[in-house]
Design a protein around this ligand. Structure first.
Ligand code: BG6
Length: 491
């Protein structure tokens, strides 16, 4: 029998924003529906919004209800009853919000207390200081930091210092929602709970690895954020590098938070720096122009509304990035890791492709190397592409065929959203799937020289039409070594 869930107060700063309404509240509702929230657990949104509890519940009813399965109206009502809203004036004169939140939390010091900062990173420090001033940081309290953690190494260090002045590292949960995805966790199980892969998981047998996160969406509604981020900061510094770490890391001694995070950080530190003139050879950036996406004509990035960048600066924002990374250690020497991500691609597809080397000597014409594909989305699953003989007499004809494990077909249980898993981990105090300070900083240390080269050079990203598979440079990046991108319709 598993332990009954512990009572908690989850305080979401930025609680009426997009992330909260689209991801956090639906995830919490699913947890509630599955009986994973204690009856006395509360969700307290904090924002500048001027709402009261009833307004916030009304907002959740209008915006969240349609995106979750509400098969029992009582359960939905119970979930709404958990929601509260406190208006705060960060750094301002008006302290009534702080008095209200203090009142709400009084007497509940022994309940789990989690502060979730779903707001821009420059608010993390001030918010933590206000929490401290209000006496709300109990020894067992935890704080969750949403990405992006800064916009370069220096700002990330500053934020880590500011938050670290109030919370111990063990209380800080830096979230990367990709680590909560089922296939990502399955990658660890596949590698470390089976014997057959590990002996061949190295440069002797693997030719290269591709990690793709392609999205059909553009940046409508997020242009202001994106103008200051770009694909490298938004997707590569965190999600794609985390995936790379899980593919490349050494077997940890234990399934324990520090063992796993120790191995990941070693991978980040072993990444070959891409600096100066090398950036053009190893990194490609693109920006989408008008085109057709999902059968609909869509505008180019520069015509999306909501720009906050100074005039002309948006021309330099990349909505697509592709890189060739190398992990300089015994296991991976000479194996390229190709990373790519883009908005307004023809299909939504996130996957890791491990391309094995070809047979050393082929006795059949038409053989192709084996490939292991870990699909994160859509249709999570794992496929091993093997060569097989096509049935028939006469000449032996080969055909690559997949050995498939579809999670949906193999397991009847619903595949939970990444945020459900991660929120439950925070509530139960399990930090394994969260990033440690040294990991985040090591990732920025690798990304920074690429960004500074892009930002200081005179070149702008290569244009690619919305709905296409990215700029030509991305294809040249892999073609230069006689390789090609895999992936349905993204090759
Ligand atoms: C977020 C990025 O972290 O991840 C977004 O800020 C991106 O730009 C999103 O769209 C992708 O997440 P998922 O789970 O839909 O692949």
């Amino acid at each position: 029998m598993s332990e009954p869930p512990q009572s908690a107060d989850l305080i979401i700063f930025g609680g009426t924003g997009d992330l909260s309404m689209r991801k956090l509240l639906p995830a919490l509702y699913h947890c509630d529906r599955d009986g994973r929230l204690s009856p006395t657990t509360r969700v307290i949104a904090m924002s500048r919004g001027g709402l009261d509890d009833a307004d916030f519940r009304g907002k959740a009813d209008a915006e969240v209800r349609g995106s979750v399965p509400v098969d029992d109206p009582d359960l939905w009502r119970r979930f709404l009853g958990r929601l509260h809203h406190v208006s705060v004036d960060i750094g301002g004169e008006d302290t009534t919000g702080w008095a209200r939140i203090t009142g709400l939390l009084a007497g509940r010091e022994h309940h789990n207390r989690v502060f979730y900062l779903a707001s821009p990173p420059m608010t993390f420090g001030p918010f933590c200081r206000e929490l401290h001033r209000a006496g709300l940081v109990t020894p067992a309290a935890r704080v969750v930091l949403e990405k992006p953690l800064g916009r370069d190494l220096a700002s990330a260090q500053r934020i880590n210092d500011e938050v670290g002045a109030i919370f111990d590292e063990r209380q800080i949960y830096r979230i990367d929602h990709y680590l909560g995805k089922e296939t990502v966790q399955n990658l660890l199980v596949l590698r470390f709970a089976n014997t057959f892969l590990e002996p061949i998981w190295n440069s002797l047998w693997i030719d290269h690895v591709q990690i793709t996160a392609a999205e059909t969406v553009g940046t409508p509604g997020r242009r202001g954020y994106y103008d200051h981020a770009g694909a490298l900061r938004d997707m590569v510094q965190n999600h794609l590098l985390q995936l790379l770490c899980l593919v490349a890391m050494e077997p940890p001694a234990r399934n324990h938070r520090e063992s796993i995070r120790d191995e990941k950080v070693k991978v980040l530190r072993a990444l070959r720096p891409i600096v100066g003139g090398e950036v053009d050879r190893f990194a490609v950036r693109g920006q989408y122009t008008a085109g057709e996406s999902g059968g609909v004509r869509v505008p180019g990035y520069l015509d999306e509304p909501g720009s906050t960048a100074p005039t002309g600066a948006s021309h330099r924002v990349e909505t697509f990035a592709a890189l060739r990374a190398e992990v300089r250690n015994w296991r991976w020497a000479g194996v390229p890791f190709y990373l790519r991500t883009g908005k307004r691609m023809p299909y939504r597809c996130s996957e890791i492709v491990v391309q094995f080397k070809d047979v050393p000597h082929s006795i059949f014409p038409g053989s192709a190397p084996n490939r292991l594909v870990l699909r994160l989305q859509p249709s999570e699953g794992i496929r091993l592409h093997l060569m097989a003989k096509e049935p028939g007499a006469g000449e032996v004809a080969l055909k690559p065929v997949p050995l498939s494990l579809s999670f949906a077909e193999t397991f009847t249980a619903r595949v939970p959203e990444a945020y459900e898993r991660l929120l439950m981990d925070v509530l139960t105090g399990t930090p394994t799937l969260f990033m440690r300070r040294d990991e985040v900083e090591a990732a920025w240390r690798w990304i920074d020289p690429i960004i500074s080269e892009w930002e200081s050079g005179g070149m702008t990203p290569e244009p690619y039409p919305a709905g296409s598979s990215g700029p030509a440079g991305a294809h040249e990046l892999v073609a230069r070594s006689g390789r090609a991108w895999h992936g349905e319709n993204l090759a």
